[in-house]
Every structure is written in C-alpha cells, then in structure tokens.
Design a binder for this molecule. Structure first.
Ligand code: F6P
Ligand code: MG
Length: 464
C-alpha cells in the first residue's frame, strides 16, 4: 500500500525529522558508544574475545555516525542471523539513490532502519548478542519515577479493594467511568517518559509530565487535542470477560502505567479477563519494551531499595508496591496478563522469527503483509497502540492536513480492528483534529506537534 500523501523527511529543514538527523541521532549514537565503552572497561583483561568484539562494535558505531553526518547512502543490512532484514534491504534496493541518503530518505524508514542496523552490530557477535545498550538508561528513569509510581500503586490498590466501585457502572459518569478516565490518563501521559526525547527535554520537564493526581490530570486533559475516550468507554461497556491488547511502547515508567491500566481493566471491571502485551524483540527507539523489561518492571517493585534511594517511601508504600507486584505476578501466572512473543515467520524471506512491530512498515500495510497478526488482533475487543512511533505508523507518518479524518489516514487498516491510539505528540504528523486547532496552537505554542506536552486519544471502531 502506497500512502496517498507525502511522508515527512529531513529534506524539509523545518521538520522535526531534520532536527533528529542533525542533533538527536548523533547524541543517541554517542550514548551507545559510552555504554559499550564502560561495559568493555568492566571486563577482565582475560576476556579477550569479548573485548575485541566490543571494540569492533565501537568502531562500527563511530563509522555510522561519520556516514550519517556526511549524508551517505543507506547500505543494506548485513546478514546477521536476525529477523527482518529483507524488508529493509528490498525497499532500499527499490529506492533511487538520491532518495536513500540519511538526509533524503523518508524519516519513518530511516529511523526504523537505524535501529535494525544497530541491532546487526550486536547480533553478529558471540558475546554481545543479548546485550541491550539502552538498559541502564531505562533503569535510571524507572527509579527516578518513584513518586508517580507510588501514587498510582496506592490509587489502584484502593480501587481494587473498593467493592462498591462497580455500583451503577452503566450510569453516565459512574465512579467506574471516572476511575477508567484516571487510569487511561496516567497511561497516556506515561508515554512522555521516552528516552529518545530526553535529548531535548530536561529532567524537570519530565517530572512535570509525570505529574499525577486529580488537579494535574484536569490540567493535562486541557492539552488532549482530540479525546475519543467516551467512545472507547461506550465500546467497553458492551464487552464482558473480553480481551484487550496493548501494543507496547516504552519500558520503565510507561510500561508500569500500561500494567496499571491493564490491572484496572482485569481487576476492577466486568469487561476484560485478558490483556495481551506486544513487546519488541530487539532494542528499539532507545526505550521500547523488550520481554526482559516487562518482567523486570514487575520484579523491581518487590525490592524496596530499588526506589527508596530516590524518594521518601514509607513502609506502607513499600507494602503497596509489593501487593501490586504480587497481583501482577498472579495475573501473569493465570494468563490474565499474556506477553506475546512472536514465533511465526511471516515477513520477508530471511526469518527466524520475523516480527511486524520492528519492520519499517506503516500499519496500513499490516493487513496485506501480516494477515496472521491481523487475525490475532481481530480476536481482541480493543487494541491500544501506545506512544508516538505507533501513531506515526498508524497514519503513515504523512503530511496530512490536520483535519483529515483519522480513519482516512489508517488506510486499509481502517475498520478491521477496534483500535485506540494513546499518543503524546512528539513528531510532526497529526490528523483528526477539529478545525482551527492547528491555527490556534501555532500561535500559542509553536512546538505543539513535538514537545510531548500535547496529546491525542484517537479511536477507530471495527466495522468489517
Ligand atoms: O525520534 C523519532 C520518534 O518517533 C519521535 O517522534 C519520538 O520522540 C520517539 O521517536 C519515539 O517516541 P515513542 O517512544 O513515544 O514512540
Ligand atoms: Mg518508544
């Protein structure tokens, strides 16, 4: 499926993609070099094979940074035994040379390609195969989010303990609906904790974006530029003992808020019995959830020291976190929480274990390219797409006029599943807005498309 609209690319020097190639990617690459340098430094000198491989990774990273700065052509991804190579290499082979340079290739492709290429540096080694260069930074931000973590744990635990919460849930503005609204807002703004953005966003800003509590949520709600949550609620009210899928985005605080929402749906509502989580299988856009990050987010809550170094946490708070973690572990054990790790090989010709989530494709291509995954998502009553990159893929990262209907931008995916996107705005593309919103924000907050301070909740129902 070819998008009917032009995509964003760094050819446009006013775009966030241009800023990304010039400023953000070099910093991300430098940070990976530092991580590998310090990991290498900690090795015993006798580990010569691992040391040598580490040095080779550093060499490739420096070369990549050099090529990027000089606007070189994107080279095919070398054979590395990992999935999703052909999808990138075939598209590169079909792209004219002037359009496949770091400063000319469409941004969605180039950025996905970057993380797949980085993976090859590690995948070809013996000793660094399972190394995640972003793990330390994910762990640091998780720890420093302890204030919001404790707040949400206490809020959810008391909802679970409140036997009256489901009273009159069918009524308009019922306590259950209000609680749902709070939990979704926490999950939506949890997306602000995206490490690939911390290059631009300072730490104090981040803490503000994580603000929780009634007053903060009221204020945040004014920055949701399109809010389809009432439609999502109407849909959920028709579901009994159903299934929700979450296409995960970032590790640490964001996946914690995903788990909070999932637990709320399973433990506090009659609508949902199962939540299926879709992680990435390779380190992706710095902070995305790998299977290990998912388990680790739950396990860390059992360790009081993990968070207490960063905040004043009372004994009652610690017990609350332990209760939360135990409940989540029992959801995992019972299958109420299911982490979906792909085993099939539908994409391209070079699988093992291809995985649609780490291809470059827009989700408009999902029905044609991965019918098995579509069939799986169709078993779900609602698929929640988290974060900015998932939104970019939903709308093809195109230069839509901002009032284009969301359904139109979804292309062939439209109507095939019930979906909602919870996205804080961190890239140029956006659609589905009411008339006049773009014009007002261009004056009031010129960086509204990319600052992470505005958001959209965009819903599209299954009709087919
Ligand atoms: O750098 C590109 C980008 O997609 C940004 O738009 C965004 O800051 C980040 O990467 C990914 O964000 P998220 O983790 O919300 O998908
Ligand atoms: Mg991400």
């Amino acid at each position: 499926h070819l998008p009917s609209m032009e995509r964003y690319s760094p050819k446009d020097k006013q775009s966030f993609s241009y800023k990304t190639v010039v400023h953000r990617w070099p910093v991300i690459l430098t940070n990976i070099v530092s991580a590998v340098v310090s990991a290498n430094h900690e090795l015993d000198q006798s580990e010569t094979a691992k040391l040598a491989e580490g040095k080779e990774i550093i060499r490739k990273l420096s070369e990549l940074k050099h090529h990027m700065g000089r606007n070189r052509v994107l080279e095919p991804i070398p054979e590395d035994g990992d999935a999703n190579r052909a999808c990138y290499n075939d598209e590169l082979a079909a792209t004219p040379e002037e359009d496949k340079r770091w400063f000319t290739m469409n941004w969605l492709f180039a950025e996905c390609y970057l993380y797949r290429l980085l993976r090859s540096f590690f995948a070809v080694t013996t000793h660094w195969k399972s190394y995640d260069p972003f793990f330390e930074s994910k762990a640091q931000t998780y720890k420093s989010s302890s204030g919001a973590i404790v707040h949400l744990a206490n809020a959810l635990n008391s909802m679970v303990a409140n036997v009256r919460l489901q009273d009159d849930w069918e009524a308009k503005s019922s306590p259950l609906e209000m609680a749902f609204w709070e939990m979704v807002q926490a999950d939506l703004w949890g997306n602000a904790t995206d490490l690939s953005l911390l290059v631009d966003l300072n730490y104090a800003d981040l803490q503000k974006l994580q603000a929780v509590g009634a007053a903060a949520q009221q204020e945040q709600a004014t920055r949701i530029l399109r809010d389809d949550l009432p439609r999502v609620w109407e849909l959920l009210k028709t579901v009994k003992g159903g299934r929700v899928d979450i296409v995960l985005d970032n590790a640490g605080f964001e996946v914690y808020t995903d788990l909070i929402l999932a637990d709320f749906l399973v433990s506090c509502t009659p609508f949902v019995n199962t939540v299926v989580f879709h992680p990435k299988m390779i380190p992706w856009f710095v902070s995305d959830v790998l299977p290990g990050d998912f388990e680790w987010a739950i396990e860390s809550l059992l360790n009081p020291e993990f968070f207490s170094a960063h905040a004043n946490i009372s004994e009652a708070d610690t017990q609350g976190l332990i209760a939360l973690s135990n409940r989540w572990r029992s959801h995992v054990a019972s299958g109420a929480f299911h982490l979906s790790v792909p085993t099939s090989t539908p994409i391209g010709t070079d699988a093992p274990a291809a995985n649609f989530w780490t291809t470059q494709y827009a989700y408009a291509d999902l029905p044609a390219l991965d019918p098995e995954l579509l069939a799986e998502l169709q078993k779900s009553d609602l698929v929640i797409f988290k974060g900015d990159l998932n939104y970019r893929k939903l709308v093809g990262d195109c230069k839509w006029p901002t009032t284009t209907p969301f359904e139109e931008a979804l292309g062939p995916l439209n109507g095939k599943i019930n979906l909602v996107s919870l996205r804080t705005n961190k890239a140029d593309t956006i659609c589905g807005l009411g008339p006049g919103i773009e014009e007002r924000l261009d004056v009031e907050a010129p960086d509204w498309r990319v600052s992470g301070k505005y958001a959209v909740v965009s819903f599209s129902p299954r009709t087919l």
